[in-house]
Design a protein around this ligand. Sequence first.
Ligand code: PMP
Length: 419
Amino acid sequence: MPTWFDEGYPHIWLPYAQMKTTPPSLPVTSTRGTRIVLADSRELVDGMASWWTACHGYNHPHITAAITRQAELMPHVMFGGLAHEPALKLAKRLADILPGDLDHVFFSDSGSVAVEVALKMAMQYWLNKGVSTRRRFLSFKGAYHGDTTGAMAVSDPEEGMHALFKGILPEHHVIALPRDEASTAAFDSFLKMRAGEVAGIIIEPLVQGAGGMLFHTPEVLQHIRDAAHRYNLLLITDEIFTGFGRTGSMFACEAAGITPDIITLSKALTGGTLPLAATVARTHVFEAFLSGEDSSALMHGPTFMANALACAAANASLDIFELEPRLAQVAEISKQLTEELAPCRDLPGVKDVRVLGAIGVVEMKKIDDLNALKQRFVEKGVWLRPFGNIVYLTPAFTISEDDLETLTTAIYDVLRTHP
Ligand code: PMP
């Protein structure tokens, strides 16, 4: 297989790729609905929604129109000292649809930065209250919260993409999710002994995504919420993957009936069009930053914070959630995934098949050659990006029954014949 070097593209550095050996990426010229159009005119049925962002499919006319209108009016102004309607409106709308008093919205430009802001908020919350001992976070094995160094430090140091940096990053406490009797006892006894040094707990609710598409129950979240209350810890839910319907409810924490103290959002926030993220805090968190002292303010302000184009896209995406039956579509997708992925269970090499909302996962015992597997999917006319030992689907919520069947059939056929 030719590599990027052979093809003569020496200036591009790709994500998560060994540049010496990685095959060239597929050149894409356009997108449409749930289709990706390649330069050679082939069309792939998209099973990824571009890293879980394009929840309404590609090129939704309502979002395109909103971005075009906003581009003519004002693409961007700095948010320090200037404000604009798309951001103010979006903040109010997010506060309205988020549970409880998650009412105070800090915008940034990527999921990782939203996590950095959440961690900084939680640390400074305690400093502003005169507590200097709460400096560590509690996070969970299998977790993934982003690629910036603060986010890496609360991700699983063993399993994830950051193992190389163990010992260099700030040390937090990464323990097993309290999902059975033994791990719950370990979680409880950890907090009994060490809660005094912990600023907060950070968790991806219901699904640990990039860590392996691992699911847990709403009860696990409720247990963690109760423990955070008991020990007076801030609970941060990272809904960058799960937010905006992916697990079946608008936000995963709703399925457990819990309100975190801080929530992070990104990915599907703009319907897969422009980079935007939000860190949203409850009132008691926000109030810890109010005083006569400048030093207790949150000292953060990304250059492209609350970018007007991105906020216009996000407002348009929220309109669509109101106008079109997205959550009902997720329920239908869930049913179809459950039925159509079930036969994979009987294939040799398959360890587990699981579905939650619009997430379908086939976990293999191992995958020897991910590039070869990806190539087989492309030959079947579908776009999937398996990782680790996971083949998974996170399609747009607008996907047709036929396109979804094309995806599930391709998975079955390829895995049936994959050595
Ligand atoms: N948190 C979670 C749960 C994620 O899935 C991701 C991205 N996969 C991030 C944070 C980081 O987001 P970004 O890639 O936009 O920095």
